[in-house]
Design a protein around this ligand. Structure first.
Ligand code: ZN
Length: 243
């Protein structure tokens, strides 16, 4: 069995389609770690495409923002503008789908959350210290998260809680070695690690084999749609720079 791991699509249909084309059907199931919508121009299209796939999906902070479930005063002005546009654009069908998403999921040796096991919708696991603080908050060996839009692994390397950050090596399948690990596949639709290519991963869940991947997608297709709906220029420009 192979699982396509995706996160932070952010309503970027061109990026999601590129990931699906690159993965080429060589998977049995999709695990999506949240933020299907927000920022991008295709929220309904991304929800609809996801719904055609055998999958499970978690709720992200932007999904909740689009549902009006949280106070977006902490979002910056550009993000708020994108939230308002998304709220006006989502169909009842898309809203019903997003409304039903859970915040965490446990499957075999894997715990899934959008942000972190400690604060599933909100917390950013940006560094080994924050990762270390999260290991006591899940029981399985492995935890998969998104939210930072940066592919990385945090491995617990001692009983005292020492945690190492391991940078991704793309298209190189690696055996998870039993050490407790928090793994982020990166973002499909808005990468923030200075690499504009869509990020995803393939997991063989029983064999515990993980592979980080990147794939180029037609960024200008998404940018043109964003200009047509008058999204803030900063949100449009960031896609080609990966931040
Ligand atoms: Zn996100």
């Amino acid at each position: 069995m192979r699982v396509l791991i995706i996160s932070d699509i952010h309503a970027n249909l061109a990026a999601l389609e590129a990931v699906l084309a690159d993965a080429n059907g060589q998977w049995d199931y999709v695990w999506c770690l949240g933020d299907v919508v927000g920022y991008g121009p295709d929220p309904n299209e991304c929800v609809a495409l996801l719904r055609t796939l055998p999958h499970l999906c978690l709720a992200g902070n932007h999904d909740w923002a689009a549902l009006g479930r949280l106070d977006i005063r902490t979002f910056n002005a550009d993000a708020r503008k994108a939230v308002h546009w998304t709220q006006e654009t989502l169909t009842q069908e898309s809203i019903a789908y997003l409304d039903a998403l859970p915040t965490t999921f446990v499957i075999g040796p894997y715990t899934l959350a959008h942000g972190s096991p400690r604060e599933p919708v909100w917390e950013y696991i940006l560094d080994p210290l924050i990762a270390a603080l999260n290991f006591p908050h899940f029981e399985t060996p492995y935890c998969l998260v998104g939210h930072t839009h940066t592919p990385i692994m945090f491995k617990l390397v001692s009983d005292r809680g020492d945690t190492d950050a391991v940078q991704p090596v793309y298209r190189s399948a690696q055996q998870l070695n039993g050490r407790r690990t928090i793994i982020n596949p990166g973002s499909v639709g808005q990468p923030r690690d200075s690499n504009p290519e869509a990020a995803y991963a393939i997991l063989e869940p029983e064999k515990m084999i993980w592979e980080h991947r990147r794939i180029a997608y037609p960024i200008s297709v998404t940018q043109t749609k964003m200009r047509q709906i008058e999204m803030p220029e900063r949100l449009i420009a960031r896609l080609e720079h990966g931040w």
